[in-house]
Design a protein around this ligand. Sequence first.
Ligand code: M6R
Length: 605
Amino acid sequence: MCGIVGAVAQRNIVSVLLEGLRRLEYRGYDSCGVAVLGEEGPRRARSVARVTDLDEQVRESHLDGITGIAHTRWATHGAPVTDNAHPIFSKDELALVHNGIIENYESLREMLRDKGYTFVSQTDTEVIAHLVHSLYNGDLFATVREAIGQLHGAYAIAVLHKNQPHTVVGARQGSPLVVGIGNGENFLASDALALAGSTERFIFLEEGDVCELSLDGVKISDRDGYDAQREVRQVAAYGGAVELGPYRHFMQKEIFEQPRAITDTIPQADSFDPSIFGDDAQTVFGEIDNLLILACGTSSYAALTAKYWLESIAKIPTQVEIASEYRYRESVPNPKSLVVVVSQSGETADTLAALKHAQSLGHKHTLAVCNVGTSAMVRQTELSFLTHAGREIGVASTKAFTTQLVALFVLAATLAKLRGHLSAGQEADYVKQLRHLPAALNSVLALEPQIIAWSEEFSRKEHALFLGRGLHYPIALEGALKLKEISYIQAEAYPAGELKHGPLALVTEAMPVVTVAPNDALLEKLKSNIQEVRARGGQLYVFADADTKIVNDEGLHVIRMPEHYGLLSPILHVVPLQLLAYHTACARGTDVDKPRNLAKSVTVE
Ligand code: M6R
């Protein structure tokens, strides 16, 4: 998704800007650009190819300067063509980059046209550039403050003006923006990761903040226009670029990193202690009588799995809502709810907005399950649990998902204990199972060669059905999402009992039916569903626990999983589905880590 980098220094900052863009590339983008201030005003280079192409253009045109901004764009308004790539100029005097969406851009465009501005792009961004230009009064900081008062929507912007050669101004509302503090130089970015090579000291701007970067300092005002002091945080964890090592793609590497990621995420203590969620967790957990979990995509499937755990172990009513639906729905707030947001990035616009919406309805107890400790979601919630998946580069989420499951299982067990539903023996068993999980995952990863053999077959299909029941229905949903995201095969998931209510009509010899078959209480029911498919000539591809005794037969292809792993079984069963999607996509030759049209961190609505 879109990324912003900005810098003011006493040296040529073009390499800093390009390096920042490179670090944001994994998020997905379709064009990029950079602008620096020269004596004549801003100069820029833009590309609809990759950052390496932009780099070449920069060298060829000798673009250099000490004040600049740069951008990766993921198209929302207007196609990914050069005219729509940022930085966007106004009258060759002002340059601006923007993440987010301006909802009232049409009325602003009409107003600005009436003032004589000509529009050369289809972007909503161009209205911000012309608006700031039209209001400019010699003080860019004050002008941006005034301009954003007229914007409706979500945005993070960085802007520079010819008349202020050592100034970059930024503003945020609904999209993240972070200031990097250097020595005699200062930076701006949509993600601290972009500045990892330049500084370890960051200010995470708050909603409505406007900032001005100059050579000797940073000035910030809050949403009401008052001077604001923001905490400078030391963040050293961003490190260098992540290496691919022996793997073909980051997705494959991340699938194989799951035993390590889960080991790092499992709490150290041998008991479930609420303090792992924050100092106030014990008090908060004592005040709630239900959970409302908000999330998108894969994170919402982790939440759905958790619903089964929370209701069965902790006996606490749990509702899961897709964040983008919840935020626009009239719902009945319950002050005794714990609102849980689940997110890999902690910056997903829909989930953030849903959290804000829940808070505005009076929900005071909030918890984030998140992989990024400095993210907006963690900063805006009362409690948090950080997963330790490490940086996930592949757009298709894998290790973030399984570590979210671990976090949510720990939440369920902790609430069960506090509510008197967990005996000491059960607690010890759960801790033991969690500790053994990485080893169990390694034995599932060892199934890769068998899965590769299936993927050849799958790569020639255009449709697939995924079936699961109970706790494993969300795993079927996740398996189908993985396959469609990266192989572009249309895949749908159903609770297996639902098959006869409609989807069975789709079953023919040409339709592979992937089935998640754990040896749980629903196994006999699932076996009947398998027979319903076989009777219609369907081809079943079953991941069956070793103790299910489901074996290969006509129309029935089986990969034997380890023996049933109890309540934590979904964490094992999702892994072969990740591998199936991955190898099918490889066989089809798609861009696995950067699938078409998708972005890693979805920071627009
Ligand atoms: O960062 P988040 O977990 O909030 O992201 C939510 C979804 O955008 C994300 O899970 C998406 O569905 C992934 N591409 C799934 O692989």
